[in-house]
Design a protein around this ligand. Sequence first.
Ligand code: CP
Length: 333
Amino acid sequence: MPRNFLTTADWTREELEGLLLRAVRFKRGEDLQKPLAGRSVALVFFNPSLRTRASMQVGTYELGGNAVILEPGGTSWTLEHREGVVMDGDKTEHVKEFVRVLARYASLLGVRTFAALKDWKEERQDPVLAAFARHSEVPVVNLESAMHHPCQAMADMMTVREKLGEGRKKVLLTWAWHPKPLPMAVPNSFALAAAQMGHDLTIAHPPGYELDEDLIREINSRAFDAGATVSVTHDVEEAFDGQQVVYAKSWGSKEFYGSAAADIEERAPYRSEWIVDASKMARTDGGIFMHCLPVRRNCIVTDDVLDSDASVVIDEAENRLHVQKAIMAELLK
Ligand code: CP
């Protein structure tokens, strides 16, 4: 079976460190290897993207390769991922054929498949990503699934190190108000990677917006292994005290999964409080502001913070390119 990049949990801290070092060499122009020369990668997007799509396409080109972009239901057939179903509905092709055919053309597959926010029990198993990995004979890179966005998390870890230097940092992951429920992949992967890299992590969210229990156990275990700490708070002001990194993200409540209207009603009281603004940033230890983008201005974060010198979101987005080149190069070794 090929090695995949589905979640950072499948990679040791040493391996992640190696990817970060290589990403830095790519960024500095010190690594000019072309492991994709004469080869292609297939990038499958079930959902929209700016950063992931552009950085994977550019990264593939810079590694000497060619990127084929496919959008199931748009530029390619609608896809079924469930085993044993009678395909008499609206799905034209099964992942089983789709993936095995693509693997005959391409040396690596990337797939973006967001949570549909309909059925928590099913979606927390990442069924579409798992089907791609199960049937692929070439490495699969997760370009954001229902549960994980590991390429984003690696760019985040690279950015923390680039801005603040090596070693353990005080890192806050804070929920923020957004007009509608969003998937949990980004906060899941950021928290997991921060724990794996040995940062002291605080997770702040209103009651009812807990992350997945199994994932929290995994985060605690990885933090323990790395000699770091994890704490969870509902206090959106105190959470900022002394932090070196503020990572904002909104996500939906598991309690209201499949019922957006109920979640929207539940979160309404949090609108004015759960936003990153200058007064909260003033409580940090000169903290940097991070977000995966796209970000809704003056919902998640105020203009003055996003436009301030503390904001590193553009460098963070750039680092997607460098870490993904490192990931692809490692998988294609
Ligand atoms: N952060 C991120 O994955 O951006 P896109 O959704 O634009 O790819």
